[in-house]
Design a protein around this ligand. Sequence first.
Ligand SMILES: NC(=O)c1ccc[n+]([C@@H]2O[C@H](COP(=O)([O-])OP(=O)(O)OC[C@H]3O[C@@H](n4cnc5c(N)ncnc54)[C@H](OP(=O)(O)O)[C@@H]3O)[C@@H](O)[C@H]2O)c1
Length: 245
Amino acid sequence: MELRDRVALITGATGGLGAVIADMLADVGTHVAITHLGHRDEGVEVCRHIEAKGRKSFLVHLDQTDPASCDATVEAAVQALGRLDILINNAAWNPALPIPDLQSLTPEIWDRSLNTNLRGPFLVTRAAAPHLKRQDQGRVVNIAGTVGLIPRGSLALAVSKAGLIHLTRCLAVALAPSIAVNCVVPGRLEGTRFVGVTPAAAMKDRSLLKRTPTLEDVARQVLLFCQSDSITGQAHVIDAGTVFH
Ligand SMILES: NC(=O)c1ccc[n+]([C@@H]2O[C@H](COP(=O)([O-])OP(=O)(O)OC[C@H]3O[C@@H](n4cnc5c(N)ncnc54)[C@H](OP(=O)(O)O)[C@@H]3O)[C@@H](O)[C@H]2O)c1
């Protein structure tokens, strides 16, 4: 799919990976709507970057734990930019509790994790699907994480990302043949707000390629999924060879 003059909605693009994906999509000529929860000013800054590249941008509030907010966000983005071709489910919440600490993982933290990281992408995709179907081609890319493949990090985050990987496969079936749905599965990303407990040097040492993936590595794979006409239902790991080592 040619990305020039398409319209993308990226959830949670107030910084980190979402902002880099927004930047790269704008570089190839895509107009980009992004969402914020608490960091509105950072979202404004991301929109400035998109517009500096000559593309249209739109910033909208989204709390994806709230079904009404998911519907309203998609409608507002379509209203503002006129159509929707691409949805990137990037927003997530990391409770940052060590896996063995079951007592601190309260029902409230469990619910917030699963509602943000698993139910949210489902609800936003459900709201976006009719708009994506209206175009000749549609794309959904979910951002999971290697904690969804191996029990590391935070328990509720890990379970929600495992669910997101399987949700990707189920949605690929549900939305075929007009919408391709894929998933990027990054390892730990340096330079984001959340820095894991393992030092960066140890993460590099653990990987086959002796590095950690960059935000740009992951964003490039997101663009590749958007551009491809022949990939759906796939989860692509980008972790410099850590998961299987
Ligand atoms: N960082 C890593 O090492 C890493 C590794 C593997 C996978 N990932 C995944 O990559 C993606 C991006 O990670 P990141 O580190 O760049 O994220 P980040 O900077 O922490 O950004 C998270 C985004 O999600 C938004 N958000 C949080 N709760 C929300 C809710 N209830 N409704 C709507 N939006 C909400 C935040 O909005 P506000 O800023 O406005 O509050 C923010 O824009 C996530 O899916 C993450 O799980 C990250």
